[in-house]
Design a protein around this ligand. Structure first.
Ligand code: NAD
Ligand code: DAU
Length: 340
């Protein structure tokens, strides 16, 4: 079995590659990644020596390049993680989100169609459903919840989902699609909430919380997301959409306070800042379809996962220090409008 994993130098894609290489010693994996600001080959150094693994630098939007790669490698399966993934960046510059997330998906689908692959799997997100009210804890996103994205990021992911579904219907491509809730774990880029809190708390810096901090996210440990994708690839039904989640909802403020407590840092580090435009109130995913039909369930709860994650950041400071000391600092200053 030969897999093309796109976006494999990012947070979740890199975890998935390592997970699959370890679990299936006879699978070959090619990682196609553009190495944008979010891609980091350091994250994959454990995989480098594996003869079943190969890295190729390239852009999923470049059809000639992608077609060439398919011709050379003859993939059986494609798993598309490659995306611009940060909501705040999509608010300040939507353009690249449309290119990579929509046009890139279309290129992959076109080429996958030409090469008759066994499965195309699209990594989507619960954000395509929009948000839920804070005062209705009984409501959850189901696979048939209407798409109602709020940000340029989630709109681009929703558009990509629609293309995947349309290609299946029109060209009969064997697709599956999964929509997962908020991931956390090692090697998470420090622009996202959890790694941002951990790295800034370790360095005793203010922690920016948008609005009143009461927005709710449904957190899943990255390994559980990867095991769900593995399960869908092997047992999922063609043309189906699967929600992935852990039922671990917390407000942002709860998450911040938990991390500060674990690191023994004062809550005075919390700084309430201007809200994110269009900020989604609550995400909560129902993944009972995946559980009932394919027998998948998460293994790691938030209490355990956050401890493991904090420990990893404490022990791997060189990985994130090299990120936050570079171009990232300009992004941070611009995003949070501070002059330090
Ligand atoms: P990430 O930003 O950490 O990684 C994205 C990777 O894609 C990077 O390595 C980047 O270099 C690569 N990439 C970007 N543009 C590319 C292009 N044009 N061609 C090739 N490679 C390109 O993202 P992540 O958090 O690992 O998310 C991966 C996928 O999972 C995304 O599709 C995202 O929408 C989805 N997702 C993320 C979460 C989450 O909580 N992080 C939850 C649900 C779904
Ligand atoms: O739900 C899945 C999605 O989760 C993925 O599709 C996205 O790729 C991923 O980035 C994530 O999106 P969010 O917008 O939920 O994640 P983020 O870490 O940016 O923010 C989490 C919450 O924390 C959100 O309510 C905004 C808030 N926040 C975020 C940052 C960066 C703050 O309060 N302060 C911050 O500085």
């Amino acid at each position: 079995m030969k897999l093309l994993v796109t976006g494999g130098a990012g947070f979740i894609g890199s975890y998935f590659i390592k997970y699959m290489l370890q679990k299936y010693s006879d699978y070959k994996i090619v990682n196609l990644d553009l190495l944008t600001y979010a891609g980091n080959l350091e994250t994959l150094k454990d995989a480098d020596t594996n003869v079943n693994y190969k890295f190729v630098k390239g852009n999923i939007v470049d059809k000639v390049f992608v077609e060439d790669l398919f011709e050379k490698e003859q993939f059986d399966v494609v798993v598309n993680f490659a995306a611009e993934s940060h909501v705040d960046r999509s608010v300040s510059d939507p353009n690249v989100f449309v290119k990579t997330n929509i046009m890139g998906t279309q290129v992959l689908l076109d080429v996958a169609r030409k090469y008759n692959i066994l499965r195309y799997h699209q990594i989507s997100t619960d954000e395509v459903y929009g948000d839920l009210p804070l005062d209705r804890p009984d409501l959850f996103f189901m696979e048939n919840t209407p798409l109602n994205p709020s940000s340029p990021y989630s709109a681009s992911k929703a558009a990509a989902d629609l293309l995947v579904i349309a290609y299946q219907r029109t060209y009969n491509i064997p697709v599956t699609l999964s929509r997962c809730s908020n991931n956390y774990g090692p090697y998470h880029f420090p622009e996202k909430l959890i790694p941002l809190i951990i790295t800034r708390a370790i360095t005793n810096q203010a922690i920016p919380v948008y609005g009143d901090g009461l927005n709710v996210r449904d957190w899943i440990y990255v390994e559980d997301h990867c095991s769900a994708i593995d399960c869908i690839l092997h047992n999922g039904k063609e043309g189906e959409i699967y929600n992935i989640g852990s039922h671990d909802e917390r407000s942002n403020l709860e998450v911040v306070k938990t991390i500060l407590k674990e690191l023994n840092k004062p809550e005075t580090l919390i700084a309430f800042v201007k809200n994110r435009p269009g900020h989604d109130l609550r995400y909560a995913i129902d993944s009972s379809k995946l559980h009932k039909e394919l027998g998948w369930g998460p293994k790691c709860n938030f209490e355990e996962g956050i401890k493991k994650t904090i420990k990893w950041y404490v022990e791997n400071e060189s990985w994130w220090q090299s990120i936050i000391s570079g171009e990232y600092m300009n992004y941070y200053k611009k995003q949070y409008q501070i002059n330090i």
